[in-house]
Ligand binder design. Structure first.
Ligand code: GAR
Length: 194
């Protein structure tokens, strides 16, 4: 079975989109794939309840309970490995992971980022895009490498930035595209990689 482990920190709407796509697209029958677990670094992440409602096992590895970044990475890696992941999908996971962690899951980890990478890596992407006078923004699905928000690009979607946009209205427009391209990119990997 190709196990997909999804990492979240918050609302989990991308996670929910992947779970929906897996169900509606019959990933189990078609690709022998399943969402095996959802792991959050925050116990209060709203996405945890969504995952539980779908019958998906959830785990919390609270970064505040770990003595160091290294200890957090090690604990998280341990929880992920328990599910023998074919793919680790970061979906609004807001912790920076160390090089050792990234190396351990090299080639098996993907992320969605709310900008047209390589523009605007990091935080606060929507405000920065508006302030830079960009006419377009978007979302990127990419492989995770040691370079933050810079791995090989798997999919992108473009949206216009409208004159009246605030970071919030733009975020909403971008997020709705993330929900389309992220599951599609994962299905693409499932279809093409053994
Ligand atoms: C999404 O917009 C995602 O791209 C972003 O956080 C949001 C999470 O929403 N991720 C990052 O900024 C990571 N650098 P969700 O929890 O509803 O999926």
């Amino acid at each position: 079975m190709k196990n997909i482990v999804i990492l979240i920190s918050g609302g989990g709407s991308n996670m929910a989109a992947i779970v929906r796509a897996a169900r509606d697209g019959r990933w189990r029958e078609r690709y022998g794939a399943q969402v095996a677990a959802v792991i959050s670094n925050r116990p209060d992440a709203a996405g945890l309840a969504l995952a539980r409602a779908e019958g998906i096992p959830t785990v919390v590895v609270d970064h505040r309970e770990q003595p160091s970044r290294e200890a957090f990475d090690a604990r998280l890696a341990q929880e992920i490995e328990r599910h023998q992941p074919w793919l680790v999908a970061m979906a609004g996971f807001m912790r920076i992971l160390g090089d050792g962690f990234v190396a351990r899951f090299a080639g098996r980890m993907v992320n969605v980022h709310p900008s047209l990478l390589p523009a605007f890596p990091g935080l606060d992407t929507h405000r920065r895009a508006i302030e830079a006078g960009c006419r377009f923004a978007g979302a990127t699905v990419h492989r995770v490498t040691a370079d933050l928000d810079h791995g090989p690009i798997l999919a992108q979607a473009v949206v216009p930035i409208l004159p009246a946009d605030t970071p919030e209205t733009l975020a909403e427009r971008v997020l709705s595209q993330e929900h389309l391209i992220y599951p599609r990119a994962i299905a693409g990997l499932l279809a093409t990689e053994g």
